[in-house]
Design a protein around this ligand. Structure first.
Ligand SMILES: C[S@@+](CC[C@H](N)C(=O)[O-])C[C@H]1O[C@@H](n2cnc3c(N)ncnc32)[C@H](O)[C@@H]1O
Length: 308
């Protein structure tokens, strides 16, 4: 029986149960052997969803790979504690806005305002409460797959909506936030005569008890200045230098990014001899990320062998 189902059943049923492998379930009904008797149980009654039935992947199926799929359901297939840190930037729900440049077409935070067209497979426009619930599910899964001395670096953006600061505390409430790092972009793009051009984002350091920085990592302070990536066709990529700063400030051997986009976290992890695990909804972005990773290291090889 799959591990997640086993856990659920142990919890939900008063007796040890075993999936009756020779009897096929229909729809959401599965047959179980319970104390020698064959019984049918509706998975709905156990509140088991399809994600939790998915078999756990083995290491060679996810290490140094970008898996195409949804962040939450794919993380559910990863074993508990299998990565040391998560470095990620989710979609910010920018299209659900009370009227900034993203909504009315004046432009967004990126130079080419590419995000105004949204992501390839995702419109970035959920009702606020649904968005918060989704992001909390993501953080819950990240906490499960991070090791006991691991941490999550969760990049987000604060904004004023309907006159109030949306500081994302509704998303991170209850998670062990240890620090908030300010990422100050050199320069900004969202020019508007009504307000000062926005130039910062935040990175929540959400850390498990045993997490410690690598020697000297703490000397970077908590306000970091990095120029926004300009030459990447993805609408909202990290600058590689930002992720280099995070990864080299930790002793992490394996880094997960469940919103891998154009593969920046993979490039940085590989550059510093760490393993990566990526998840990305858009197959198109995964193809681009894999090409970008390959080109990046081919070029680095050519430079080191003097061919360039
Ligand atoms: C802010 S971008 C991440 C960019 C990335 N940090 C980079 O450097 O390229 C967010 C990404 O999340 C992806 N995405 C949206 N919904 C998703 C989901 N449910 N599961 C996984 N990825 C998703 C989008 O396609 C987009 O590439």
């Amino acid at each position: 029986m799959d591990d997640p189902l086993r856990r659920k059943l142990d919890f939900k049923l008063p007796y040890p149960a075993k999936v009756a492998s020779d009897v096929k379930g229909q729809g959401n009904i599965n047959w179980f052997l319970l104390q020698g008797a064959l019984i049918a149980i509706r998975l709905d009654d156990l509140k088991i969803d399809a994600d939790e039935m998915a078999p756990i992947l083995s290491k060679n199926e996810f290490i140094n790979k970008i898996l195409v799929g949804d962040a939450v359901s794919t993380m559910k297939k990863l074993p508990q504690g299998c990565v040391d840190i998560v470095v990620t930037s989710p979609p910010y729900n920018l299209k659900n806005s009370t009227g900034n440049g993203m909504k009315d077409g004046r432009g967004g935070k990126w130079s080419n305002a590419a995000l105004m067209d949204g992501y390839a497979n995702y419109n970035d426009n959920m009702p606020h409460d649904d968005y918060v619930a989704w992001q909390r599910k993501c953080l819950t899964e990240m906490m499960r797959v991070v090791s006991d001395d691991g941490a999550i670096f969760y990049n987000h953006k604060w904004r004023v909506q309907a006159g109030l600061l949306q500081d994302r505390s509704d998303i991170v409430e209850g998670f062990p936030v240890r620090q908030i790092i300010i990422w100050r972009r050199k320069g900004g793009f969202n020019f508007n005569p009504g307000y000062f051009v926005p130039t910062y984002e935040v990175i929540y350091l959400i850390a498990k008890k045993g997490f410690k920085l690598a020697k000297g990592g703490n000397s970077h302070g908590d306000i970091w200045e990095f120029t926004q990536e300009q030459k990447n066709p993805h609408p909202a990529p990290f600058p590689v230098a930002l992720i280099d700063r995070i990864i080299t400030s930790t002793n992490a051997k394996t880094v997960l990014d469940p919103f891998m986009g154009s593969g920046t976290t993979a490039i940085s992890a590989k550059s510093h001899n760490r393993d990566y695990v990526g998840i990305e909804l858009s197959e198109k972005y995964v193809v681009h990320a894999e090409e970008r990773i390959k080109n990046y290291f081919d070029e680095a090889d050519e430079i080191s062998t003097g061919q360039k």
